[in-house]
Design a protein around this ligand. Structure first.
Ligand code: ATP
Ligand code: MG
Ligand code: MG
Length: 548
């Protein structure tokens, strides 16, 4: 098979391992536990874990939990479940909050080296002195406080002697740096808030830039991979590591995943959940990993998607239809073909006198192991799709119409002899005769028909609710539109069919099962199902129906 070319991060890793710069590759996936993971995170997970699967070494799971206000243990648990579901195992489960003592020590070390100072300017005052990208900033009046005074106030900050916002700790770098992030960035702030793990032990918390790189370094992470927004943070990342004289982790940036017709920020997804615009984080319309799982995506299809989109250095926008393509490809090989009638109309076979009979249906002609067979009950009263009958047939119509013949999948050829209408002119019943010699697999009738339709035997049918999904947003780029992204929600993203007829074998469906409802798409059982009421989600249609 053809050798896949390396992505640019694999190239860097190979060079570093070959040159002996590192003996063991160590990566990490560092989610903030402030929401459920989404398909963008899946890309970062596949990248970080994929590297150590390929090159050896290991990957840590580190919760980047330095902001007590937004973080919750519920999110920690869901994030772990989602990573495992994707098929990855971390070496160590770690928390940035476990490093709060060490990070505090790093801050003290910087103060002692004359490289950090306490500032009591207001946020506005700090902003006013910050300068602009083209103009240097100015020093804070507190920049040259003595080391002793800095240590004293910082200790008091830690001890809870001040209110939120009274003081901050800043790195003392360069107020004229062309990189705004190097203009004495804030590294600690006072926040009297309970933390999901450390409770009320701390009332000062490190900023992202002061926590992330040092956490990488504490864990001996060799390649710290993040998205392009952090390019300008790299200089600061390196500065802290150099001044603190700690393990030299290196940061590398790649293009985040952007997907059409969706939003992908935990903050925005949380709004959809909180405002009940979707039914929770795992709503099958959500781009969350839990939403995709509930929708019927397989881990393999998500990994395949991440593989196909690749790792780039420039921002790009991926079509949602590519994600759908990946699940369709997977399910085509694994999903059993079954029959369900979504919009039923009765078909009566007037010359069928056997009562009922058991037919044999092939489960999946595309399956590698042949897929096996199952029993499908047949009788003289069937449900078929309303759309498979036309009173006045269109040109090239190969399905049912007065006088026309069609094959019933797995069963017989039938001929439409008559139909019944109600007082409103709606067709309520179709009357057919069947050709006894035309049984599938044993057809000696010599009749050729062009159309095959699916059906369910009426006396044997079970009922189910079916949920059909469309894109969550009407705009391809809801983030880029004018106004609020929520103004572009698709009001027709969910269609519920409360009473669909399914073949009886589906009564045994379980949550892991994947089914192709013949001609209708791929479906899976929803966790809302009960013994009395089955609920199925449509994972994806059989063909790409998106309009460009
Ligand atoms: P969000 O805004 O969705 O919360 P985030 O980057 O703040 O995103 P984190 O929990 O900090 O979320 O992300 C954990 C890891 O996942 C980070 O390394 C981040 O770079 C990566 N990541 C997040 N979103 C994407 C994305 N859309 N594409 C690729 N990687 C992503
Ligand atoms: Mg983050
Ligand atoms: Mg975030």
């Amino acid at each position: 098979s053809e050798e896949k070319s390396l992505n640019f991060i694999e190239e860097i890793v190979e060079n570093d391992l070959n040159s002996g710069k590192y003996e063991t590759l160590v990566t990490r996936f560092p989610p903030e536990p402030n929401g459920y993971l989404h398909i963008g995170h899946a890309k970062a997970i596949c990248l970080n874990f994929g590297l150590t699967q390929k090159y050896g070494g290991y990957t840590n799971l580190r919760f980047d939990d330095t902001n007590p206000v937004t973080e919750k243990t519920e999110y920690v648990n869901s994030q772990q479940e989602d990573i495992r579901w994707l098929g990855f195992n971390w070496k160590n489960e770690l928390y940035a909050s476990d490093y709060f003592d060490e990070l505090y020590g790093f801050a003290v070390k910087l103060i002692e080296k004359g490289l950090a100072y306490v500032d009591e300017s207001s946020a506005d005052e700090i902003a006013a002195l910050k300068g602009t990208p083209t103009e240097p900033g100015q020093d804070s009046p507190y920049r040259n406080r003595s080391i002793e005074e800095n240590l004293d106030i910082f200790t008091k900050m830690k001890n809870g002697e001040f209110a939120d916002g009274a003081y901050i700790l800043r790195a003392k770098i360069d107020m004229a740096s062309p990189n705004m992030l190097m203009r004495d960035p804030i590294i600690y702030r006072i926040k009297h808030a309970e933390h999901h793990r450390t409770g009320n032990k701390w009332c000062i918390y490190p900023m992202y830039d002061f926590a992330h790189g040092q956490s990488d370094s504490i864990e001996n992470i060799t390649h710290s991979i993040c998205t392009l927004e952090y390019v300008s943070h790299r200089e600061l990342y390196d500065w802290f590591i150099e001044k603190l004289e700690i393990f030299p982790s290196k940061q590398y940036e790649f293009a985040r995943l952007n997907l059409t017709s969706t939003v992908m920020s935990k903050r925005k997804l949380l709004q959809l959940v909180n405002e009940n615009l979707v039914n929770g984080w795992d709503d099958p319309r959500m781009p969350t990993i839990s939403g995709l799982r509930r929708r019927g995506f397989t881990p393999k299809s998500v990994r395949e998607f991440c593989e196909r989109i690749g790792i780039a250095k420039r921002e790009n926008l991926i079509e949602l239809s590519l994600l759908e393509f990946c699940i369709r490809e997977d399910l085509n090989k694994t999903a059993n073909r079954v029959m369900a009638v979504l919009d039923p109309i009765k078909l009566v076979i007037t010359n069928y006198e056997k009562g009922t009979e058991d037919l044999i249906g092939e489960n999946n002609p595309e399956a590698e192991d042949g897929g096996g067979t199952r029993v499908i009950p047949f009788s003289n009263e069937l449900w078929i799709e309303r759309e498979d009958f036309m009173e006045v047939p269109a040109k090239k119509w190969f399905r049912l119409a007065p006088g026309a013949m069609v094959r019933l999948k797995f069963a017989y050829i039938v001929k439409c002899e008559d139909f019944v209408k109600d007082e409103n002119g709606n067709v309520t019943e179709i009357h057919c005769t069947y050709i006894p010699e035309s049984k599938s697999g044993n057809d000696t009738s010599g009749i050729n028909v062009k159309g095959t339709i699916h059906w369910v035997s009426a006396p044997h049918a079970k009922t189910a609710e079916i949920r059909l999904y469309d894109r969550l947003f009407t705009s391809e780029t809801p983030d880029a539109e004018e106004g609020d992204f929520k103004d572009y929600l698709n009001p027709e993203s969910l269609t519920v069919l409360p009473n669909v007829y399914i073949e009886p074998a589906l009564a045994d469906a379980d949550l892991d099962g994947r089914y192709q409802f013949i001609r209708k798409g791929y479906f899976c059982l929803d966790r809302d199902s009960t013994a009395d009421k089955l609920v199925f989600n449509r994972t994806v249609t059989l063909k790409d129906t998106f309009k460009k």
